[in-house]
Design a protein around this ligand. Structure first.
Ligand SMILES: Cc1cc2nc3c(=O)[nH]c(=O)nc-3n(C[C@H](O)[C@H](O)[C@H](O)COP(=O)(O)OP(=O)(O)OC[C@H]3O[C@@H](n4cnc5c(N)ncnc54)[C@H](O)[C@@H]3O)c2cc1C
Length: 471
C-alpha cells in the first residue's frame, strides 16, 4: 500500500486501518471531507487481512464474511459504496460443520435443510429446534431487552434439554466470540447466529485481503489518503477538543475530527495520555477484554481432502463446552481438546483456531513449536492424512496478535460480550472528548466484521450529521 500523503491538515484523521476505519473513511470522504487514514502496518486490514509465506496465502485471522443476504449489514454497505460487483464473492454451503463422536451437523445456506438435519439427529427436540432457529431469524418472539440481560446458556435452556445439542450450538459461539455460553449475553450470541453463522460462509475472491483492498481502493477513489507503516503516537487535545495527531515523534497532522479504530484502552490511556475523567479511566481498567486465539497456519501439497474447502469444521470432543472455555481462561491452551479447522478455498492452506488466554511472551517463545506439533496431532482426528501432506507450518500466538494490531492482550473480539458490559458509559461512537470518535470492535458490543462494518458507517453518520448542523 503506497503512501499518498500530500498535506498535513485534514478534516478527519482515522487512526488504524481495520475494516471499521476503512468503511468510516469511505463514508466521510464520499461526503467531501478531507480524510487521512493512518495505519501502523504495511497493509490495511488488521484482523481481517491476509499474508503470504513460503508461497502460501493465509487469512491471518478472519476467514469468512456474514450478513450478505439482501438487506444484511455488509450487503447494504457494499451496495451503498457501489463496490458489491467488484467482489467475486462466493458462498460456501454449508458454512459450518460440527463434528462429535455421535453426530455431524451442518449449517446449510437453506435454513429448512439445517432444521431438518438437526431434527433428524435430535428427534425429541424437533419442535424446539424449529422454534429456536425461526426465533433467531425473525426475532419476533424474543424480547431484545431480555436478551441483553440473559446469558446464551439460559437462552438455550429455554428451548432445549439435550446437553449434546446445547453443546453443538455453544461451540461455534466459543470460537466466534471467545466466550462460554454461560458468560456471553444472549443478545450477542443470537446476533452472531443471525448475522454470521446462519447468513455466513461468504468468501471474497481469493483471500480475505481482497475485501480490505477493495475498501481501501474505494476510500482513495473518494479522495481519501492512506498513510501506511506509520504509528499514531499521540492525539493532541486542546481545551477538551481534539486538534490532530502526532506521528514520527514530532510530525503533527492537524485535524478537526479524530476517529480511533484502535483498542479503546490505547486510545484513552495511551494516545491521549490520561486526559480523561477518572471515571472513564477506572471503567477502562475494570472492563474485561475477550480472550485471544492461538492460530495454526499449515501449507499443504493440495492433497488434503477429508474436509471440504471454505467450510469451518468444529471438532466437539465432549459435551462440556463450559469446561473448554475454562481451560482457555486458565492459560492451559495445550490442554484444549476442541478446535476449529478450515481448508482455505485455495485448497492448500489450512488454518486452525482455538481460544486462548494471553500468557506472557516467554511462554509462547518456549512452547510455540511444541504447540504446533501438538495441534497437528489433534487435527488428525478430523484430517487423518494431515501430517504426511504438510509442507509449511507456523502459528500466531495471542502475543503475535497483540504485536500485529496492538489489540489489548491479543483480544480476538474487543470487549468480552458479557451482559454486564453492554452500553458501557463513555464508550460509544461519541466520546467525552469533543470531536474524538470511536469505531471498531472496542467501541461497544458488536461482533465480527458485520458488527464493525455497521459501526464504521454509523460513526461516519454521526460526524456527518454534526457537519450538517454546523452549516
Ligand atoms: C482469529 C480471529 C478470527 C476471526 N474470524 C472472523 C471471521 O471469520 N469473520 C468475522 O466476521 N470476524 C472474525 N473475526 C473478528 C474480526 O476479524 C474483527 O471483528 C474485525 O476484523 C475487527 O476490525 P476493526 O476494524 O474493529 O479492528 P482491527 O482489525 O483490530 O484493526 C485495527 C487496526 O489499527 C491498527 N493500529 C493499532 N494501533 C495503531 C496506531 N497507534 N496507529 C496506527 N495504526 C494502529 C492495527 O494495526 C490494525 O490494522 C476474527 C477475529 C480473530 C482474532
Amino acid at each position: 500500500m503506497k503512501s499518498r500523503i500530500t498535506k498535513n491538515k485534514y478534516d478527519a484523521v482515522i487512526i488504524g486501518g481495520g475494516v471499521s476505519g476503512l468503511v468510516c473513511g469511505c463514508y466521510l470522504a464520499r461526503a467531501g471531507l478531507q480524510v487521512i487514514l493512518i495505519e501502523k502496518n504495511v497493509n490495511a486490514g488488521g484482523y481481517s487481512g491476509s499474508f503470504q509465506k513460503k508461497g502460501f496465502v493465509f487469512d491471518a485471522c478472519a476467514h469468512a464474511l456474514g450478513s450478505l443476504r439482501e438487506g444484511g449489514f455488509i450487503e447494504q454497505i457494499l451496495k451503498d459504496l457501489e463496490i458489491k460487483d467488484r467482489l467475486k464473492m462466493k458462498r460456501y454451503d454449508p458454512s459450518d460443520i460440527v463434528i462429535s463422536k455421535d453426530f455431524k451437523l451442518h449449517f446449510w445456506s437453506d435454513l429448512d435443510k439445517t432444521i431438518q438435519e438437526f431434527s433428524a439427529v435430535f428427534p425429541k427436540e424437533a419442535v424446539n429446534i424449529n422454534r429456536f432457529f425461526k426465533d433467531i431469524i425473525d426475532l419476533k418472539n424474543v424480547s431484545l431487552a431480555q436478551l441483553k440481560s440473559k446469558s446464551f446458556k439460559d437462552f438455550l435452556g429455554s428451548y432445549f434439554s439435550d446437553v449434546r445439542l446445547i453443546a453443538a450450538l455453544s461451540l461455534p459461539v466459543l470460537g466466534n466470540a471467545s466466550l462460554a455460553a454461560s458468560k456471553i449475553s444472549a443478545y450477542t450470541a443470537v446476533a452472531l447466529y443471525k448475522e454470521f453463522i446462519l447468513d455466513g460462509g461468504y468468501y471474497p475472491g481469493t483471500k480475505m485481503q481482497d475485501f480490505v483492498d477493495i475498501l481501501a481502493k474505494r476510500f482513495k477513489e473518494f479522495g481519501g489518503d492512506i498513510l501506511p507503516s506509520t504509528l499514531v503516537e499521540r492525539i493532541s487535545i486542546k481545551d477538551g477538543k481534539v486538534e490532530g495527531v502526532y506521528i514520527n515523534k514530532d510530525d503533527f497532522i492537524e485535524s478537526r475530527y479524530v476517529i480511533s479504530n484502535v483498542d479503546a484502552r490505547q486510545t484513552f490511556l495511551e494516545l491521549i495520555n490520561g486526559k480523561i475523567d477518572l471515571n472513564l479511566s477506572d471503567t477502562l481498567n475494570n472492563l474485561s477484554p475477550s480472550l485471544s486465539i492461538f492460530i495454526l497456519y499449515l501449507g499443504t501439497n493440495g492433497q488434503v481432502d477429508s474436509i471440504p474447502p471454505g467450510v469451518n469444521v468444529w471438532f466437539l470432543p465432549h459435551y462440556n463446552v463450559e469446561n473448554m472455555y475454562e481451560v482457555a481462561d486458565k492459560k492451559t491452551v495445550d490442554q484444549s481438546e476442541w478446535f476449529m479447522v478450515r481448508l482455505a478455498p485455495n485448497k492448500k492452506s489450512i488454518t486452525m483456531l482455538v481460544t486462548s488466554a494471553f500468557e506472557n511472551p516467554e511462554y509462547w517463545k518456549e512452547n510455540k513449536k511444541k504447540l504446533i506439533n501438538l495441534f497437528i496431532k489433534k487435527i488428525e482426528q478430523v484430517i487423518p492424512e494431515l501430517s504426511q501432506n504438510i509442507i509449511f507450518k507456523d502459528a500466531a500466538t495471542p502475543n503475535t496478535l497483540y504485536k500485529w494490531t496492538l489489540n489489548y492482550r491479543g483480544a480476538a473480539y474487543g470487549w468480552a460480550g458479557t451482559p454486564s458490559q453492554f452500553a458501557i458509559p463513555g464508550l460509544s461512537q461519541s466520546t467525552p472528548i469533543k470531536n474524538l470518535y470511536l469505531t471498531g470492535h472496542w467501541t461497544t458490543l458488536v461482533q465480527g466484521i458485520p458488527g464493525v462494518v455497521y459501526l464504521g458507517r454509523d460513526t461516519a453518520k454521526i460526524i456527518l450529521n454534526r457537519e450538517k448542523v454546523k452549516k
